[in-house]
Design a protein. Sequence first.
Length: 174
Amino acid sequence: MTGPGAPPTGGPTDERAPAARKAPRTPDAPITVLGFDFGLKRIGLASGDSLTATAAPRRAVAMREDGPDWPAIEREVRALKPGLLVVGVPYNADGSPGRLTAAARRFGVALEERFGLPVEHVDEHGSSLEAGAALKHARSSGERRRRVRRADIDSVAAAIILERWLAGSGRGPR
């Protein structure tokens, strides 16, 4: 069936999520995606796109006593004009919620409310460890000259989280 009122084609959809919030796995037009590694001291940021399925770290933003540095996040959203936001949600190795799971989910809700963009969550288990190891290796091999800072780890972790989303892994019913 084709024409107005015909069901969309292009693969299965996840009926558990409202259609307005669910980004397609393979969009017709490439979209820019902004990824977040939520933390209590900093929030790592990364940008990527669905065409290349790659992500690059951006400058981390601070967490203040009253919450995230919203003006800094807004600057990134305005500059990049993403079509989707991806938030890493920490789960334990056994799949149970971690100590920051609820806070990361609340952060995702706040992003959606502030910017009116769809937000998806990705299991971020191990992303910070992976990011730290990659940065330390780059430094020891001479690829990176300056020392590794925690903010660098957070933003590389956000890139890892975003690349997981772009690859279609890390998404689950959580």
